[in-house]
Design a binder for this molecule. Structure first.
Ligand SMILES: Cc1cc2nc3c(=O)[nH]c(=O)nc-3n(C[C@H](O)[C@H](O)[C@H](O)COP(=O)(O)OP(=O)(O)OC[C@H]3O[C@@H](n4cnc5c(N)ncnc54)[C@H](O)[C@@H]3O)c2cc1C
Ligand code: SF4
Ligand code: SF4
Length: 465
């Protein structure tokens, strides 16, 4: 069996592909990257994998031939000694925000992501920044976000905020190979892992990728997730041209997600609180690719710096947003210290335990929940990617197991039902098919109290028979 056939059989056919594009970027690869009918970005074989001698097994983040995040970070941060079982290696941890320019206003949380990209270009620490940008074509149908390589520091601010939308690195990797220079790249943890795996094999690439900027990740969403949000806000899926997942409000906590969408049809301003949009409850697992349920790196342990939301008491209620930051690279640690002194960024030193606390829900699902999911796969004898978490690592009660099981069902069913709703041009199909699972999830999560409260409300609303 060739490596390509092995990758196809193990990772792609078992639905563990996250579409990073590493396998499609190497010479002689039979793979190409596409967006499937469910709006997930995945690899597919365009030619016979048995006829290919491409080496793809050690560069896929979900392959059983790739080193783990622990091994990768040992290779890239050999002199970083502080190591935490949740957030990986670290030099400094901060919670804070940018206090210059429009970075905080135009950022998802404290604006640190784009500020860092800007500063690296402004101080000529890199020649190029690779970050996500919203599409510029204005044409409905094109992907709403894709990677762009920029060298003009003033262009950084127009980069995306948090993009809960699938993308791929395949073109980026090809361009990096073609164009000499030093690069900083933003990426979700699995994409940073991909860049590290490619770098371990390719010295030229390793030299060019000077800084990896990881965004802490609670799971990806499909492109159909955006369509279903837009539909509920009055924009037909075919007319959707842009989405902002992190609109801010002066008088609401930063954790209160507000989604805004734009239509090709008219200029009307359309936005709504996520709590009032069906299918956006993050924890339930709607529209999540299967791969994300088999990923144990929440923070981005192989990145030079990881940036997320400071969902912590003392920060979470600030509507302007606050970032949580983990630094593993000594240059970046110095850069932060310099700018804290200058006052361009305002940072509080926090502990690794605080960073972990800011992501408690994500860790529960991706460590405890993952160990449960792995146990089920082991029992059924099915292949799964090797993980640092092992089956049976956690003592999980029945209630939690049911919650994790229902999340898996919701993820799978949401892809199917959204596809069916889109095919039939009928949003009601999505609501109708998802409602029973939503009810089961709520009752598993909130218990009998929830059911009793629901019955009480029903009795109040519905006339007595
Ligand atoms: C899918 C996803 C899930 C997330 N889940 C969590 C979570 O569970 N907990 C948490 O604390 N934080 C999470 N984040 C990160 C968080 O939403 C913010 O992106 C982060 O706090 C940075 O905000 P900022 O204001 O500091 O940066 P900003 O100034 O907004 O800059 C963000 C930078 O990240 C880049 N970027 C955004 N999305 C992507 C992407 N998908 N791929 C590559 N680059 C990207 C942008 O292009 C920009 O350069 C998630 C982000 C994504 C994309
Ligand atoms: S995760 Fe990346 S490397 Fe692995 S199969 Fe998918 S696209 Fe290829
Ligand atoms: S949860 Fe893991 S696999 Fe999914 S997008 Fe985030 S980093 Fe990638």
């Amino acid at each position: 069996m060739t490596e390509s056939s092995e990758l196809l059989e193990k990772v792609i056919k078992n639905d563990y592909c996250i579409g990073c594009g590493a396998c499609a970027s190497v010479a002689g690869s039979p793979f190409r990257i596409k967006m499937d009918e469910y709006g997930n970005v995945v690899a597919e074989a365009g030619s016979d994998p048995e006829q290919s001698n491409a080496r793809v097994m050690d560069i896929c983040p979900f392959s059983d031939k790739a080193p783990s995040e622990d091994k990768i970070s040992d290779r890239f941060f050999p002199s970083v000694n502080s190591n935490d079982k949740w957030i990986g290696k670290y030099l400094e941890c901060y919670a804070g925000y940018v206090d210059e320019g429009l970075f905080r206003e135009k950022g998802s949380s404290g604006g640190v992501g784009k500020w860092l990209g800007y500063t690296l270009l402004a101080e000529k620490k890199v020649d190029y920044l690779v970050q996500l940008h919203a599409k510029e074509s204005g044409e409905p149908g094109d992907p709403l976000f894709s990677y762009k390589i920029i060298s003009d520091k003033d262009e950084v601010i127009s980069g995306s905020k948090s993009s809960y939308y699938p993308s791929t690195l395949v073109d980026v990797v090809r361009k990096l190979k073609d164009k000499e220079g030093s690069y900083a790249i933003t990426g979700i943890p699995c994409f940073v892992k991909t860049l590290r795996l490619l770098s371990l094999r390719d010295e030229e690439l390793a030299e060019r990728i000077k800084y990896t900027i990881g965004v802490i990740c609670g799971g990806m969403k499909s492109a159909n997730h955006s369509k279903l949000i837009a539909w509920q806000l009055g924009v037909k899926p075919g007319d959707l041209v842009a989405i902002d997942f992190r609109r801010k409000y002066d008088d609401r906590p930063a954790s209160n997600k507000i989604y805004q969408v734009w239509s090709s049809d008219n200029e009307k301003e359309r936005y709504r609180d996520a709590a009032r949009i069906f299918g956006t409850d993050w924890g339930s697992g709607y529209f999540k690719p299967n791969a994300c349920d088999f990923c144990d790196d929440v923070v981005g342990e192989t990145a030079d710096i990881s940036i997320g939301d400071a969902w912590l008491p003392g920060y979470v209620n600030d509507p302007k947003g606050t970032s949580v930051i983990v630094i593993r690279n000594t240059d970046l640690a110095e850069l932060f210290k310099k700018h804290i002194e200058k006052g361009s960024i305002v940072m509080d030193s926090i502990s690794a335990a605080d960073v972990k606390k800011s992501q408690d829900g994500g860790f529960r699902h991706r460590r405890e929940g993952l160990s449960h999911r792995l146990s089920k796969l082991e029992k059924s004898g099915k292949w799964h990617p090797p993980k640092r978490v092992k089956p049976g690592d956690f003592d999980i009660d029945r209630k939690r197991k049911r919650i994790y099981d229902l999340r898996e069902k919701i993820s799978k069913q949401s892809h199917l039902s959204a596809h069916k709703a889109l095919q039939n041009d009928n949003l009601e199909i999505f609501f109708r098919e998802m409602l029973p699972l939503k009810k089961k999830y709520r009752s598993a999560y909130y218990g009998k109290r929830y059911i009793r409260a629901l019955r009480r409300i029903k009795r109040m609303i519905l006339p007595a028979k």
